[in-house]
Design a binder for this molecule. Structure first.
Ligand code: FHN
Length: 477
């Protein structure tokens, strides 16, 4: 609009009316003189943006999801021929350079008779998680669902013969929780032309990677998007050799078959949101949509010797830290070859769920901190090995937001009072979410500071959330 947006005073004078007509004619001429392609481009990109916003809505609300790494690697569980194999459990085939002919034989032993889809989904619900992402095919190439594309799948190649993804899809629908599929689009150690298996099939640059994509990866993603009802996202991973053109073929499949489904950040070209590195929480707020995949111990796939579980206090801190920086937390379990999610994983996740039952309004759909100093700062003196200043994280408190509300997460109980600096708005009232009656706490304003009087003892385990409601008319955060 620019120069056309002047204010016209109707009826003031003949000149005013003439001027108004001139302006209208000029605007019409500008629109009509724009080349048709540019007009279409404008509307097409606007509607693409609108569609992307709609697709992202549930993700922005959800904040907390369950990742499940489950496959044949749960049988060796970190040990091959009596020897422990270092590294993450689902990489055992690669780390121990197990030939396809040997690894394949695991399928004949895979019979997870204790698998119960309802119990798994119930765990996610109890933990307060809003979506589940399960490995439909990891780098070992084994499909954990009924695939017509390759007989190397759980229904055709194991005594189990059931399709756990079908059962999970039904259980998720019953409990109204979203289901998405992890799919390793590039690495496939079972296929001569898939990326990654150099011990059986030689170097990747000598392979016909497009043959693998055309004959296995693309048709399998098509199956996943066609046979399991609504799929909330496809979680691609390790985009080796994925050019923009190759990635686009997957994007087209998704947009054509399930336009509401999201693409994570590891396809090979931009997805719907950014995937952080494994267990890598950014230091500060990121304005875009993002998610961090994370482990409860040190592996994704089950490893019998890895029992170094993160305690619930750490999980709650990480969840809040991530939400206060604008992200989602996708937290992993690695079920056993019998189909059991390790008890410690279950216990710790349910503990997070208990905290969320009381404090969930400060997490689901919540926005990032409007402050930032509480996250930490770069040291003036300490440098890392590259000579760059070290970031010193602070862990006393975090802040999440909703329109008209600030949620101050107190991990270290400050004692009798808490002072929040940098608050311009007036506070209507303050209370603790863990106090069932939400009793008003005394609040004093001192310039840009808000000082809240607190009880002597923390009312909640892990994190007591102090809610500050801003006076109506105060700027929404
Ligand atoms: O190689 C995989 C790994 O096995 C696991 O699936 C993780 C989860 O984020 N992604 C890759 C490594 O980043």
């Amino acid at each position: 609009m620019g120069g056309n947006s002047m204010v016209i005073m109707p009826g003031k004078s003949k000149h005013g009316v003439l001027l108004a007509l001139l302006v209208l004619l000029l605007s019409a001429a500008t629109v009509l003189s724009r080349p048709p392609a540019a007009q279409e481009r404008g509307t097409a990109s606007e509607s693409a943006e609108r569609a992307a916003r709609m697709r992202m809505r549930w993700f922005r609300e959800a904040k907390f999801g369950l990742f499940i790494h489950w496959g044949l690697y749960a049988i060796p569980a970190g040990e091959w021929k009596g020897q422990p194999v270092a590294g993450i459990g689902e990489w055992i085939m690669n780390r121990a350079k197990i030939p396809v002919k040997e690894y394949e034989q695991l399928a004949a032993q895979f019979n997870p008779v204790k698998f119960n889809a309802d119990e798994w989904v119930q765990l996610a619900v109890d933990a307060g998680m809003k979506y589940i992402v399960i490995t439909s095919k990891h780098h070992d190439g084994f499909a954990m669902y009924a695939s017509k594309v390759s007989p190397y799948n759980i229904v055709d190649a194991t005594p189990f013969k059931r399709d756990p993804l079908k059962e999970l899809a039904a259980a998720c629908a019953r409990r109204k929780i979203r289901l998405g599929f992890y799919y390793s689009q590039a690495q496939d150690w079972h296929e001569p032309n898939g990326a990654g298996n150099t011990w059986d099939f030689g170097p990747d640059d000598k392979k016909d990677f497009d043959q693998y994509l055309r004959d296995k990866a693309e048709p399998q993603v098509r199956e996943l998007l066609s046979n399991y009802g609504p799929v909330c996202l496809i979680w691609f991973d390790t985009p080796r050799m994925m050019t923009a053109e190759r990635s686009q073929r997957f994007i087209d499949l998704l947009r054509q078959l399930q336009p509401a489904s999201l693409i994570d950040g590891r396809l090979g070209s931009a997805g719907d949101y950014r995937s952080m590195g494994d267990n890598r929480i950014p230091l500060t707020v990121l304005k875009e949509d993002w998610e961090v995949p994370a482990t409860l111990n040190h592996t994704w796939g089950f490893k019998k010797d890895d029992t170094d579980w993160k305690p619930p206090s750490e999980l709650v801190f990480k969840l809040v830290d991530i939400v206060s920086k604008g992200g989602n937390y996708l937290l992993n379990v690695g079920p056993t070859a019998e189909g059991i999610i390790p008890q410690a994983s279950q216990d710790n996740l349910r503990e997070v769920g208990r905290w969320l039952k009381v404090n969930g309004e400060s997490i689901y759909g919540a926005g990032a901190t409007p402050f930032g100093d509480e996250l930490g700062a770069y040291s003036d003196t300490e440098k890392d090995k590259d000579g760059k200043p070290v970031f010193k994280a602070r862990e006393d408190w975090r802040c999440t937001t909703r329109p008209g509300k600030l949620y101050v997460h107190l991990f270290k109980w400050p004692g009798e009072a808490f002072e929040l600096r940098g608050v311009k708005e007036a506070v209507a009232r303050a209370y603790l979410l863990a106090d069932p009656s939400h009793r008003n706490l005394a609040v004093r304003k001192d310039g840009d500071s808000v000082i809240v009087t607190l009880p002597a003892k923390a009312p909640a385990e892990y994190d007591s959330v102090l809610c500050l409601e801003m006076k109506a008319g105060s700027k929404d955060r």
